[in-house]
Design a protein around this ligand. Structure first.
Ligand SMILES: [Fe+2]
Ligand SMILES: [Fe+2]
Length: 137
């Protein structure tokens, strides 16, 4: 069973973006499952790395959209992405050094950050960009 269920309330109504958000959710579920099954550190570390890669690629997709549609609040949004990028990188470094064991709390934190970010920052740019797409269609 998935710990974190995707919900319609998280849809930003831009298909490519919703698909990427779902993949990130799936990866957080994989991480949670690996932890609860007591999988080896090697597996957990790889899943954490995959989550970071997926999230970084997703942020890049969004940032390209901001540029394409000259999104007015891009600077603040990108600053939020950068804060999270730094947190994830720091997490991976201390995890790889063996100074930190992945916990349920950390996985909750990652899931909560993504969820709150989608509901606030991503919804805002999606609504702005959707209007521009409709105007130019
Ligand atoms: Fe997003
Ligand atoms: Fe975002």
């Amino acid at each position: 069973m998935k710990l974190y269920e995707w919900s319609e309330t998280l849809c930003v109504r831009i298909e490519a973006i919703d698909n990427e958000h779902k993949l990130i959710y799936d990866k957080i579920n994989d991480l949670s499952l690996s932890l609860s099954k007591g999988e080896p550190e090697r597996v957990l570390g790889q899943t954490l790395q995959d989550l970071i890669t997926l999230t970084s690629e997703h942020f890049a997709t969004e940032e390209q959209l901001f540029e394409k549609y000259t999104y007015t609040d891009a600077t603040q949004h990108i600053a939020e992405h950068n804060k999270f990028r730094k947190k994830m990188e720091a997490l991976l470094i201390i995890y790889r050094d063996g100074r930190y064991a992945l916990s349920v709390d950390t996985i909750h934190y990652l899931k909560d950050w993504i969820t709150i970010h989608i509901k606030s920052y991503d919804m805002a740019y999606a609504s702005y960009i959707s209007k521009k797409i409709n105007i130019s269609a």
